[in-house]
Design a protein around this ligand. Structure first.
Ligand SMILES: NC(=O)c1ccc[n+]([C@@H]2O[C@H](COP(=O)([O-])OP(=O)(O)OC[C@H]3O[C@@H](n4cnc5c(N)ncnc54)[C@H](OP(=O)(O)O)[C@@H]3O)[C@@H](O)[C@H]2O)c1
Length: 255
């Protein structure tokens, strides 16, 4: 029996949708029929991303948003909900900082925790408020990380790791809380994905060797491979799955 994921008539809001994993999600959800709103801070990157989506036949728009600002998150998601509704929320906005913990300062802590944890929390809260008001349920997919499960090497990034563990637990807590409202909440925990975030590490031969040696499949993940899992979690194909943290890491966390 042929099975096709069809998101026609669904509206997806994707933070961090201007590049990397978020943009790959926007392409795939859009190709499945959803209209997509991508959000990020850089207007220039947002406009380029919307052009690429439109050229691919996706109904797409960009909104400027800094997820660390509660005011901006509230305003932007309210506008999006009133204009198109919000059926699917993908939280991909995130930042990584590597530094030995003894040198971590307030600026690093605030940047990483506010973007990855507080930003994801705020978008989940506002997204769920609108989904509940709309009365037709919804799907939230948070991008966590294997860094929320294991301590990466050789880079030290304790604050990033903890912020991603927080995203995983937030996902489970919200899945439990919102299930009665028909909202499923899941997370994806990718290993090393080829995006701007990992460019420096992959260009460093020492780091790249360690990362790849520790990955049984011996290669990095492409953003589209994460997007496929997000599409699954956003669609009816995962209709009885909630609170799951799905690891996509070429086997990295097996060892
Ligand atoms: N790449 C990996 O290996 C990997 C592995 C596991 C998990 N992840 C997670 O996957 C997610 C996406 O990462 P990526 O690799 O696609 O990184 P990326 O290519 O650097 O993209 C990050 C995206 O987040 C946006 N963003 C950053 N700070 C923001 C803020 N304060 N407000 C709104 N948007 C913000 C960026 O746009 P602006 O800068 O214009 O705001 C951009 O669209 C992150 O949560 C990351 O932690 C990545």
């Amino acid at each position: 029996m042929a099975y096709e994921i069809d998101l026609s008539g669904r509206a997806a809001f994707i933070t961090g949708g201007t590049r990397g994993i978020g943009l790959a999600c926007a392409h795939l959800l859009g190709q499945a029929g959803a209209s997509v709103t991508i959000a990020g801070r850089s207007v220039q990157e947002g406009e380029v991303a919307v052009r690429s989506l439109t050229q691919a036949g996706v109904s797409a728009q960009f909104v400027a948003l800094d997820v660390t600002s509660e005011e901006q998150v509230c305003e932007t998601l309210a506008r999006s909900a009133s204009e198109s509704g919000i059926d699917i929320l993908v939280n991909s906005a995130g930042v990584a900082r590597h530094r030995d913990t003894t040198n971590v300062d307030a600026e690093l802590w605030n940047t990483v925790v506010d973007t990855n944890f507080k930003g994801t929390f705020l978008c989940c809260r506002e997204g769920a408020r609108h989904m509940i008001a709309q009365g037709r349920g919804g799907a939230i997919v948070n991008i966590g990380s294997i860094s929320g499960i294991i301590a990466n090497v050789p880079q030290n990034q304790a604050v990033y790791n903890a912020s991603k563990a927080a995203v995983h637990m937030l996902t489970k807590s919200l899945a439990s809380e919102f299930a009665a409202s028909g909202i499923r909440v899941n997370a994806i925990a990718p290993g090393y994905v080829r995006t701007d975030m990992t460019k420096g590490g992959l260009e460093n031969p020492v780091w790249a060797k360690i990362w790849l040696d520790m990955t049984p499949m011996g290669r990095v993940c492409e953003p589209e491979e994460v997007a496929q899992a997000v599409l699954f979690m956003a669609s009816k194909a995962s209709s009885y799955i909630t609170g799951e943290v799905l690891t996509i890491d070429g086997g990295y966390t097996l060892r």
